[in-house]
Design a protein around this ligand. Sequence first.
Ligand code: NDP
Length: 455
Amino acid sequence: MELRLTPYTERTIEALKRSSPAQDEFYQAVAEVLQSLSPLLDSDPRYRKHRIIERIVEPERQVFFRVAWIDDNGDVQVNKGYRVQFSSALGPVKGGLRFHPSVNGGVIKFLGFEQIFKNALTGLPIGGGKGGANFDPKGKSDNEIMRFCQSFMTELYRHVGDAIDVPAGDIGVGTREIGYLFGQYKRLTGRFDGVITGKGWAWGGSLGRREATGYGCVYFAEEMLRARGESLEGKVCTVSGAGNVAIYTVEQLLKIGAKPITVSDSTGTVHHPAGIDLDTLKYVKEVRREGLEAYVRERTDARFIPLSDYPKGGHAVWHIPCDAAFPSATQNELTLVDAKALVANGCTCVAEGANMPSTPEAVAYFIASKIAYGPGKAANAGGVATSQLEMSQNASMQQWTFDEVIAKLRVIMRNIFETVSSTAEEYGQPGNLVFGANIAGFKKVADAMIDQGVV
Ligand code: NDP
């Protein structure tokens, strides 16, 4: 059975292009989900009757706002802030905040749309949304970051709440930014509650949240390989990105005896054939917040590949031979050129730590090649799942141990794999986890929407 857009879903996307112009990443994410849904829509007429597709592609609510702040020179700076609350069908809206110059309405909506189905797959009671700003934290002082976060929260606090919408981090938003956002929320409302996740452990955070997305992605890859009678032990792995997801993917790969040999950032790629040195990586990116060239100054047996040496239409990291690949930087960072190079060089497993890192052509190539391919909305769901565990701890005024949290994360990732894999099989596409993830996630949300009436 071939994945396709039917005339009905094509009409939906055309209508979206008219009602929400110039949002290419959003159309890409919607098309990817809709093209998996034909067998479900054909087998159960309720979804068409209740116009679930037309409703689910339109956010329940979106807020765009001005974020004015004062830089260290005393000059006024202005950025644009976003919070898109896509769906509360399964629980309070949940999804991260991204601070990056590339942020716009289309990027936030693609992330929020993906988040609906990802959150449904965790099996936990959370809806989906996303937010952020076109603010670049790079090169800003701590005080500038604080003033920006305070201004951002001065608008956002009206729209969030522990039973309404609970943001978290994403690109450019780590514990430091979460701290400034939470501090301002408390100042404005007088409440110390679970309004945001990714908090520091001493002030309401959860142990294991920092590690959760990267560790969870490796657990998911292990599940995919176990189902094929294989494992990651001793396998050479390539990882892109050098932020939260990438660092803890590398950490978990090292723990289980795999060999991660790359990381990358917006300046280039590090190839370290002896295996990435975790301490050096954390020192360069978490302590010094420097570009990756600094890594090869510390580890001279590694080489740095600058962007100018990347292959045409591709990214250097995917052209280094490996057994398993972990895209963990950003959207559309793995093209068809890259996918072909990976498969030709013997890669048999791709698990996405990032959101929508592979282009649609690359995804189609992985599926046709029948390698173990875990799409982001399933493979990186460990982050949001552990954020929900943080919400649970906050609501019951408890703090669990690291081992308790990680044990729950492991079970959640196994359940997600089993759900997407059995759904793919049930609907006639065994092994196609894109298909399984889209149908399983959509069905859960759609059924809840039908139960809750036309809202
Ligand atoms: P971080 O900001 O911690 O790290 C992002 C990394 O990716 C950095 O190394 C950054 O480089 C690199 N990067 C970002 N944009 C680009 C670009 N356009 N070109 C090249 N490199 C780029 O973010 P996270 O690790 O939290 O997020 C990474 C991905 O994982 C995102 O897609 C995010 O949506 C997804 N994700 C994150 C979760 C989480 O819990 N944090 C949960 C689920 C998904 P540099 O350092 O130079 O800026």
